[in-house]
Ligand binder design. Structure first.
Ligand code: DC
Length: 222
C-alpha cells in the first residue's frame, strides 16, 4: 500500500517548492499535476485550438499524449514524446492552463494518470483537486494558502529574478483572476477537502511549512 499526501491550494502559495522539499525528506515522489495541465495547454496553444469550440477541443485532445518521467528525481513532462518541461512556465501557458483546465474532458484525460502514480508509489501530489477528487482517500491532506498580496509578491520576485517585466500589481491582478476561475469552475473547483488541514503560509518560512508537513506525516505510520 502506498502512502499519499495531497497538497491543494491557490497559485503562488508555495505548494511546489514545499512539496518538493518534503518529498525529498520523506523519500517520496513529488507529483506536480499543474505541470500536466500545462503540458496539455502548450499542445493546445501550439495547434491554435479554440477551446470554446468543444468539437475542435476534443479532436485536439485526441492527438495530445501527456507523459511523465522522473530523471534524477526531477519530474519531466512530455508532450507527444517531447520533453516540454522548460517550456510550460510562461505567462501565456499559465493563462491557457487556467482556462483549459476548467474543461471536464481535459481533466478526465489526466485523472487516470494521476491515480495510477499514487497507487504505485508513495507520493506528495500537488494541485487543486487532489484531496477532493483525485485522491479522496489520501492519508494526509493539506490545503496550503497565503494572502493574495503575499503570493503576488513571491511571484513578482521570482519572475523579476528571471528578468521578467511584469509589475507586482499586474501579477496580483492575474492571481486574483486565476483564483476566481480556479475556484468558480463547475468541474473540480479549487476547494479545501473537509478532512484537509489548513496551513496559511503568509507569515511562515518555507522551512517552517515543510517541518509542519513532516510533523503531520509522522503522526501516521509510514
Ligand atoms: O499549479 P500551477 O500554477 O502549475 O497550475 C496551473 C493551472 O492548472 C492553474 O490555473 C490551475 C490548474 N490546475 C488544475 O486545475 N488542477 C490541478 N490539479 C493542477 C493545476
Amino acid at each position: 500500500m502506498s502512502f499519499n499526501i495531497a497538497i491543494d491550494g491557490p497559485a503562488g502559495a508555495g505548494k511546489s517548492t514545499i512539496a518538493k522539499l518534503a518529498a525529498k525528506e520523506l523519500s517520496f515522489i513529488y507529483v506536480d499535476t499543474g505541470a500536466m495541465y500545462r503540458t496539455i495547454a502548450l499542445g493546445l496553444l501550439r495547434d491554435s485550438v479554440d477551446i470554446e469550440n468543444e468539437a475542435e477541443l476534443l479532436a485536439a485532445l485526441d492527438k495530445i499524449e501527456v507523459g511523465i518521467r522522473y530523471v534524477d528525481q526531477e519530474q519531466h513532462v512530455y508532450l507527444n514524446g517531447e520533453d516540454v518541461s522548460p517550456l510550460i512556465r510562461t505567462e501565456q501557458v499559465s493563462d491557457m492552463t487556467s482556462r483549459s483546465s476548467a474543461n471536464p474532458q481535459v481533466r478526465a484525460k489526466l485523472t487516470a494518470l494521476q491515480r495510477d502514480l499514487a497507487a504505485r508509489e508513495n507520493v506528495i501530489m500537488d494541485g487543486r483537486d487532489i484531496g477532493t477528487e483525485i485522491l479522496p482517500n489520501a492519508e494526509l491532506k493539506i490545503f496550503l494558502t497565503a494572502s493574495v498580496e503575499t503570493r503576488a509578491q513571491r511571484r513578482y520576485l521570482e519572475q523579476a529574478a528571471k528578468g521578467g517585466s511584469y509589475t507586482q500589481e499586474e501579477i496580483e491582478q492575474d492571481i486574483r483572476e486565476r483564483d476566481y476561475r480556479d475556484s468558480h469552475r463547475e468541474t473540480a473547483p479549487l476547494r479545501q477537502a473537509e478532512d484537509a488541514i489548513l496551513i496559511d503560509s503568509s507569515d511562515m518560512t518555507i522551512e517552517e511549512v515543510v517541518q509542519e508537513i513532516l510533523r503531520l506525516a509522522s503522526l501516521h505510520k509510514l
